[in-house]
Design a protein around this ligand. Structure first.
Ligand code: UDP
Ligand code: MG
Length: 324
């Protein structure tokens, strides 16, 4: 088999009805590119029969290479596995639910041919998504943009093309809690956005409930910013400053007017407020410590149950080839 120029990665978690639509559309688009390509389908612990459909596709078309996980590891890890198995000169990540139209891939490839190393697709419009999803996503992108030290493009998801130079760096970054779009921005190189209209899901339900979205958001913030850790310092300075101001005010009031500040309520409110702030700060520290602990344990990123025949044994189980 000739070495593919393009690798398409689609993570799959219970997308039974979407795969039979995804494959022909990717095939049609990629054949138009005029270069050899491969489609890596990463089965992230599907239980609805998606796995069998993927195996069938691979039997009929050797360009389809399924990587099958031992269980569900999550979207970002599934994409990571796809990257580990990729062989193309350019790697394109796409959702399996056809919210990212495969036709846009040609526009990404165009930019790559012009010399850009990361080409991310920017959501100009989002169709068929709830008000809640759109608002939280928009808020999230803006928050991330403000508090992180990396210029993570706004309104861009994981739908993007990365050159093999970028891929080589990404493969070395084995952090356990991953925010891939941040990592691919962090790498640098020549980056550019291409606008597109995000479509409604072709079939099925979203596999990103609120809890998973929150986890991704926390991973994004903790991976790229210390700001939450510094919050405690800022609030501490403000509280200490206020109390220093309050001492002379209370003393003067007492001396001049003879009134003492009375009431348990004020005391109680302040104690509860500061107690709350302290607990939240502890929780924030906990988020970082938990992540440090996961890094220290250094478990494999994912466990592969079944991989393409000609896979590189060193990358099995997400363990890095270059690690000494
Ligand atoms: N996905 C996955 N593992 C998961 C959750 C999602 O591989 O634990 C895949 C899913 O099959 C889809 C892509 O990630 O191809 C994006 O998920 P989804 O469309 O549910 O997210 P949304 O577009 O609603 O944010
Ligand atoms: Mg989707």
């Amino acid at each position: 088999m000739t070495k593919p120029i393009f690798t398409i990665i689609a993570p799959i978690y219970n997308e039974l009805e979407n795969i039979p639509e995804l494959y022909p559309r990717v095939r049609e688009v990629m054949d138009r590119s005029g270069e050899p390509w491969e489609l890596i389908l990463v089965d992230d612990g599907s239980t609805d029969g998606s796995t069998e459909v993927m195996r069938k596709l691979a039997e009929n078309d050797p360009r389809v290479r399924p990587v099958i996980f031992a269980r569900n590891f999550g979207h970002q890890i599934a994409v990571t596995a796809g990257m580990d198995y990729s062989r193309g000169d350019a790697v394109i990540i796409i959702d399996a639910d056809l919210q990212d139209p495969p036709e846009v891939i040609l526009a990404l490839i165009d930019k790559w041919r012009q010399g850009y190393e990361v080409v991310y697709a920017v959501r100009e419009e989002r169709q068929g998504e709830s008000w809640f999803k759109r608002t939280t996503a928009s808020l999230f992108y803006r928050l991330i943009y403000r508090i992180t030290d990396v210029d993570i493009p706004m309104d861009a998801g994981d739908f993007r093309l990365m050159d093999k130079k970028v891929m080589a760096v990404m493969k070395q970054m084995r952090e356990k809690h991953r925010f891939l779009r941040g990592m691919s921005a962090w790498v640098g190189f020549k980056q550019v956005g291409v606008p597109y209209k995000r479509q409604p899901r072709y079939a099925g339900e979203t596999k990103y409930p609120f809890s998973k979205m929150l986890k991704l958001a926390l991973n994004a913030v903790t991976s790229f910013s210390y700001f939450p850790l510094q919050l405690a310092t800022y609030i501490g300075f403000i509280a200490a400053g206020l109390s220093v101001l309050a001492i002379p005010i209370v003393a003067i009031l007492r001396l001049i007017t003879g009134t003492a500040l009375l009431g348990q309520a004020t005391t109680l409110i302040i104690v509860l407020f500061l107690g709350g702030v302290q607990l939240i700060s502890l929780g924030i520290i906990g988020e970082y410590i938990g992540r440090i602990y996961d890094e220290a344990k250094n478990r494999p990123l994912y466990i592969v149950a079944e991989a393409p025949g000609d896979f590189d044994p060193d990358t099995v189980n997400g363990d890095q080839v270059n690690r000494e």
